[in-house]
Design a protein around this ligand. Structure first.
Ligand code: DX5
Ligand code: ZN
Length: 224
């Protein structure tokens, strides 16, 4: 990837200083916002109000990852909160037709649409979404928590998506999320990934300059 997209996940940020944390990674391309409802995943994070607060301190693209049940009910609230891309989980919709409709509803709000697949979900049955979405997010950990170990076997899904997107002449962005670090990012980049979420690998550093340096290092390693 010539210009990899680096998307720090604020799930790993220090919440009492969220504004400063976002500003520390001003050199990143996107800001990844993990929304968890305690039902679709066994954890809670934040909602539209915190998303809006983040939007107010940055012009970066807000990449909003909905790990929630009934995502269609919430897309308008996140669009109003400043989301630039809204990603839903295919496991939270009942059919390909339902997912296509949801993607269209997201785009109708003037927001990019993305779909995400959990580790146990094969990508093959969802490939019809590629024409309907701007982004496909491959989970390389079980969603719900930051700081987990990268699942290298998920890179095969990136290869499948890359081949299919190229074959169809599409521009759908492939993003990977979970356990991305200086040790793991390159294999995903070599498989054809465009965008890389990194939580702990960026925000584990306490000095702001070290967070920015971690973003630069990830970008360098993902340039293949
Ligand atoms: C997991 C979230 C990820 C997470 C990544 O459910 O979707 O975005 O914050 O964190 P790290 O990079 O620490 O695995
Ligand atoms: Zn995420």
């Amino acid at each position: 990837m010539a210009n990899p997209i680096i998307a720090p996940s604020i799930l790993a940020a220090e919440f009492t200083r969220l504004g400063e944390e976002v500003k520390a990674v001003a050199n990143a391309d996107w800001i990844h916002v993990d929304i968890m409802d305690g039902h679709f995943v066994p954890n809670l994070s934040f909602g539209p109000d915190i998303t809006r607060a983040v939007d107010e301190v940055t012009d970066q693209v807000l990449d909003v990852h909905l790990m929630i049940e009934n995502p269609g009910r919430w897309i308008e609230a996140y669009a109003k909160a400043g989301a630039d891309c809204i990603i839903f989980h295919v496991e939270a919709v009942d059919s390909v037709a339902g997912a296509i409709q949801l993607a269209r509803d997201i785009r109708a709000l003037g927001v990019r649409a993305g779909f995400s697949i959990k580790p146990a979900t094969p990508v093959e049955q969802w490939l019809d979404l590629l024409e309907e979405c701007d982004l496909a997010l491959v989970m390389s950990v079980e969603p719900g928590f930051g700081g987990q170990k990268f699942m290298p076997e998920m890179v095969e899904k990136v290869r499948t998506l890359r081949a299919e997107i190229d074959r169809r002449g599409l521009h759908t962005v492939i993003e990977i999320d979970g356990g991305i670090s200086a040790e793991t990012i390159r294999v995903a980049a070599e498989a054809g990934c465009d965008a890389f979420v990194a939580g702990s690998a960026v925000f584990k550093h306490s000095e702001p300059a070290a967070k920015a340096a971690a973003v630069e290092e990830l970008r360098r390693l993902a340039t293949v």
